[in-house]
Design a binder for this molecule. Structure first.
Ligand SMILES: Nc1ncnc2c1ncn2[C@@H]1O[C@H](COP(=O)(O)OP(=O)(O)OP(=O)(O)O)[C@@H](O)[C@H]1O
Ligand SMILES: [Mg+2]
Length: 282
């Protein structure tokens, strides 16, 4: 569904790549959780994947359509929820969704039915007709999600989609993700909520300083020997232990740390520095 090969993005005036030679694949029917510390490069990767940002090197293909050479074709497969809430504040929620339906050619006969379902799932019945400028943070997030999903794109690309959602909406979004992938579609989303990622994802990638440092299935993670969780893996491979606010594995001996290190080696990204395509395309 999504293939990223040797992606590098360096922002103008910055000599350091925000995303550095990153390669990953999201298969049909898969939910892929993309995690990493603040500033690691998640949103930059996502903006490249959705065609919002051009990139410095590498390639991105959605359903075989290259984001550079066939951008309109590639973008039609994608529904994108961004990390900010830049919206058309003077439109009502309904007008915004209608606009998205027009952009993506959603049949008129389908629009009302789809919107009614989402409005119900996200409890926006009383507000969908009101101007977006009157919406709360969470309401804008819900509307942004509806606008991204209304054309039933095969690949959902969601940048921290749970942020600001109330528990019912968060639960319903997770159910929608499951329902979507059960039909053979895919979800690529970033999050800082590791227990959610661990529960609903088929595959998890960890990015740090622009590099993909781990990429494994959640089944591999569970069988890796790590006694607790994704959180443990995350902390063990992204944090410099000397700079942690709290000691980690204090009680244990060096042996405990060694065992954990051996386990994390099993799920570390092998060949993270070796892109599929050499990574030096213009
Ligand atoms: N528009 C921009 N111009 C220059 N540098 C940028 C820009 N956007 C992001 N960066 C830099 O790129 C790096 C990656 O940022 P990015 O927003 O991709 O991180 P992130 O993993 O999404 O972080 P967060 O968890 O805080 O959302 C950071 O060093 C950031 O300062
Ligand atoms: Mg981000």
């Amino acid at each position: 569904m999504l293939t990223i090969s040797g992606l590098t993005k360096t922002y103008a005036k910055s000599g350091i790549p925000a995303v550095d030679n990153l390669s990953l694949t999201v298969k049909d029917g898969e939910i892929y959780g993309f995690i990493g510390p603040n500033g690691a490069g998640k949103s930059t990767t996502i903006k490249c994947v959705t065609g919002v940002l051009d990139y410095t090197q590498g390639s991105i293909a959605v359903n075989g359509a290259d984001m550079r050479s066939e951008p309109l074709k590639a973008k039609r497969f994608v529904g994108y929820v961004s990390d900010d809430h830049a919206m058309y504040e003077r439109l009502t929620g309904t007008e915004f969704v209608t606009f998205m339906c027009d952009v993506y050619d959603v049949p008129v006969s389908e629009r009302r039915k789809r919107l009614a379902r989402y409005v119900d799932l996200f409890d926006l019945q009383g507000d969908i007709g009101k101007p977006i400028s009157s919406y709360s943070h969470g309401m804008k997030q819900k509307l942004s999600i509806i606008g991204a999903l209304i054309h039933e794109p095969q690949l959902w690309v969601l940048d921290e989609p749970m942020t600001g959602l109330d528990p019912k909406s968060s639960y319903n979004l997770k159910m929608l993700m499951k329902e979507h992938t059960a039909k053979g579609n895919s979800v690529f989303f970033s999050s800082h909520v590791l227990d959610v990622v661990e529960k609903i994802c088929d595959r998890v990638g960890i990015i740090d300083h622009g590099k993909l440092i781990a990429d494994c299935t959640t089944a591999e993670l569970r069988s890796s020997g790590l006694d607790s969780s994704l959180e443990e893996l995350f902390l063990s491979i992204t944090a410099d232990k000397d700079s942690r606010g709290f000691a980690f594995d204090e009680e244990g001996s060096g042996d405990g740390r060694a065992a954990q290190s051996a386990a994390t080696d099993g799920v570390r990204k092998s060949g993270a520095d070796t892109p599929a395509d050499g990574g030096d395309k213009a």
